[in-house]
Design a protein around this ligand. Structure first.
Ligand SMILES: [Zn+2]
Length: 139
């Protein structure tokens, strides 16, 4: 893992996105997804990554945390195909290689072929509101 080079951007899609406006603690995360980088909050004291991002490390309570770029790889922890919608999709929890489990979607796949613990890697898809959001696909 490397420390992500965070740069502010003058104006972009997420500036007008009510979701990112409602969760300022995630601003750096969404800025990074626009560069197709996946960040996870990591504690500089115990070196453990966590999700959802918090002001204090959930493992050792240290306030000394930072965003770091994740490898973008993980494994399916749990998944379910959502069929009661116009366009079916796969809702999943993925355990990142860095440790945290994140809720996401599995895309570009045959849902009948998915398996628990299957390796996946991150992709970024545009949301209607303007930001890019991370999804995963089988490797
Ligand atoms: Zn810690």
């Amino acid at each position: 893992m490397t420390t992500a080079n965070i740069q502010s951007q003058a104006s972009s899609g997420f500036d007008h996105d009510p979701y990112t406006a409602a969760f300022p603690e995630l601003r750096e995360f969404w800025q990074a997804t626009e560069r197709h980088q996946l960040l996870v909050k990591t504690c500089k004291q115990c070196e453990r990554a966590h999700w959802y991002p918090r002001m204090f490390c959930p493992f050792c309570s240290s306030p000394d945390t930072e965003w770091r770029e994740a490898s973008g790889e993980g494994r399916i922890y749990a998944f379910s195909e959502v069929l009661r919608t116009e366009v079916p999709y796969v809702l999943a929890y993925v355990r990142l290689a860095e440790g945290p489990v994140v809720m996401t979607n599995i895309v570009d796949c045959d849902p009948d072929q998915l398996k628990i613990d299957q390796p996946v890697r991150v992709l970024f898809r545009p949301a209607q509101e303007g930001r890019s959001f991370p999804v995963f696909t089988p490797i």
